[in-house]
Design a protein around this ligand. Structure first.
Ligand code: FAD
Ligand code: NA7
Length: 461
């Protein structure tokens, strides 16, 4: 007879939105009376929240480790919060009243941590503890995890039955070389190390890259008074109706002191360069055969349902795709991983999983427009969601909100964050922030919640 006293041990690496989704998924099962494994969540930072846990530091932290978060002081949500709302923990439940659609970082951090506090899940997390090494023994179906408590350097080796990697993929900068850049006399930083644009007042700033970071750091530079901001892209321009002081230009080819020669034969003189050239997936704690070797894209090879590693199905990855959807999609993924671990979802034979992944890859490769990207991620999200008992979330409505958001940005890139959306979960319509985004220089939660008056009663959904 089976030994029923055996309890699986699950290691979750990372307490950002993805790792926290995993913890909450197990907690939800426990609440319904299910037997759950022993869970240890390793988090190298001293607090939860992943990217949303802002650090003034850049480069190296107090332990000589690289700083994880790439967020900056004045960061506000770059998409409507209604697209990331957690179906099992709504904004109404957390704030008790409507708030705006684009909260600043601290407000979203508060939301993320609220569900964890409510469920008392901090005790599952070992803070300031970095995972140094994970090895897998196929014969015993176990993992050996070596972690280190950073304040003392004490190392611990433990055995786990399942490992969930939720370490994010926007922390290790991709830093390309540009000919002559070593002759540039000003500051060259990567977006990962950017903490604020106050010092850019009156300066000419070259932002290299054509995606979210380039767009938002250019806006930060503008907001804080840069004299001129150039966004240098190598593919398509972002194409917004930029205000004066922001313009798009061809990709930088060569530097000669302060002069940057662009691919179209023109040149510009700049004071400062910010490389918004993306990030690298990096898993220094994993042996090469267990690590994903990939880049930022909407479909990741070798991951069945986007999470189960095909070469070792006791190893899971959360949130490794490029992201339109974030928190709620991580939840669906965490719920699915939980059900695989609990044996509620039986993985099909390898050949069937491979055929399924190949079909998704073909759909991914057929994407031919920006909206098609959103619909692709929605289809993937729904596929995972359908296999779980996560509370219903209208994924298609989320894509429609994203498409409206893209339209808002086209209409006015300086005011899109003032627009209000309606929650697909609660029907609550956001209320405008008391100050337009362009004029608001105080991003604190205290200021954000100021003027809202007493907590308004929100009708339950
Ligand atoms: P992360 O948030 O990166 O969390 C990973 C966690 O793993 C971290 O806490 C880290 O400390 C920990 N960790 C890493 N390695 C180890 C290790 N070896 N041992 C122990 N712990 C480890 N999304 C939105 O929805 N809206 C936005 O407006 C938005 N803005 C963004 C702006 C920036 C500048 C960036 C970089 C990202 C933004 N994102 C945004 C996307 C963001 O990545 C997700 O919202 C979310 O934070 C991803 O969650 P995650 O848990 O997968 O990864
Ligand atoms: P992304 O979305 O991965 O984009 C990286 C950008 O960098 C992309 O436009 C790339 O161009 C560009 N890139 C990369 N290498 C180069 C070189 N060598 N020269 C010029 N341009 C280059 O990263 P982001 O940081 O913008 O966004 C990541 C997350 O942070 C996102 O979730 C946001 O919410 C915040 P390409 O398209 O490959 O031609």
């Amino acid at each position: 007879t089976a030994d029923t006293s055996f309890r699986l041990r699950v290691a979750v690496i990372g307490a950002g939105p993805s790792g926290l989704a995993q913890l909450r998924a197990f907690a939800a099962a426990r609440k319904e009376g299910a037997e759950i494994p022993e869970i240890v969540c390793f988090e190298r930072q001293s607090d939860l929240g992943g990217q949303w846990n802002y650090s003034w530091r850049h480069g190296t932290d107090e332990y000589g480790e690289s700083v994880h978060s790439s967020m900056y002081r004045h960061l506000w949500s770059n998409g409507p919060k209604e697209t990331l709302e957690l179906a099992d923990y709504t904004f109404d439940e957390h704030f008790g009243r409507p708030i705006s659609s684009y909260p600043p970082r601290e407000v979203l951090w508060d939301y993320i941590s609220g569900r964890i506090e409510r469920d008392g899940l901090r005790e599952w997390i070992r803070f300031s503890t970095i995972v140094r090494r994970v090895d897998h023994d196929a014969a015993t179906r176990t993992f050996t995890v070596v972690s280190e408590y950073l304040p003392t350097g004490e190392q611990t080796t433990e055995v786990f039955d399942r490992v969930v990697v939720a370490t994010g993929h926007f922390s290790v900068p991709n830093v390309p070389y540009f000919e002559g850049i070593e002759t540039f006399p000003g500051q060259v930083t990567h977006a990962h190390d950017f903490r604020g644009a106050e010092h850019m007042e009156g300066r000419t700033v070259l932002v290299v890259g054509g995606s979210s970071s380039a767009e938002d750091i250019a806006l930060q530079a503008f907001k804080f008074g840069a004299a001129r901001v150039l966004i240098s892209h190598r593919r398509d321009p972002l194409g917004y109706g930029w205000p004066d002081r922001i313009e798009e230009c061809a990709v930088a080819e060569r530097f000669e002191g302060r002069t940057v020669h662009l691919a179209d034969g023109t040149s510009v003189e700049v004071d400062e360069v910010v490389l918004c050239t993306g990030y690298r997936h990096s898993f220094p704690f994993l042996p090469a055969h267990l690590a994903l070797h990939t880049k930022n894209k909407l479909w990741q090879d070798h991951l069945y349902k986007g999470v189960v590693f095909e070469h070792c199905t006791d190893l899971f990855y959360l949130g490794m795709q490029d992201q339109w959807f974030t928190f709620n999609m991580f939840d669906a993924m965490g719920w699915f991983v939980r059900d695989v671990i609990l044996g509620r979802f039986e993985l099909p034979p390898l050949e069937e999983m491979r055929a399924d992944m190949a079909a998704w890859k073909a759909k991914f490769e057929a994407i031919d427009s920006v909206p098609a990207k959103g619909w692709f991620q929605a289809a993937h999200f729904k596929d995972v969601l359908a296999a779980t008992d996560y509370p219903p979330f209208d994924v298609d409505a989320g894509v429609r909100t994203f498409l409206e958001w893209k339209q808002d940005k086209k209409e006015d890139i300086l005011t899109y964050r003032d627009v209000c959306y309606t929650s697909h979960l609660t029907g609550t319509t956001a209320t405008p922030h008391h100050t337009p985004w362009i004029d608001e220089l105080d991003d604190s939660m205290e200021n954000y919640l100021r003027l809202h008056g007493p907590v308004a009663a929100v009708e339950p959904a």
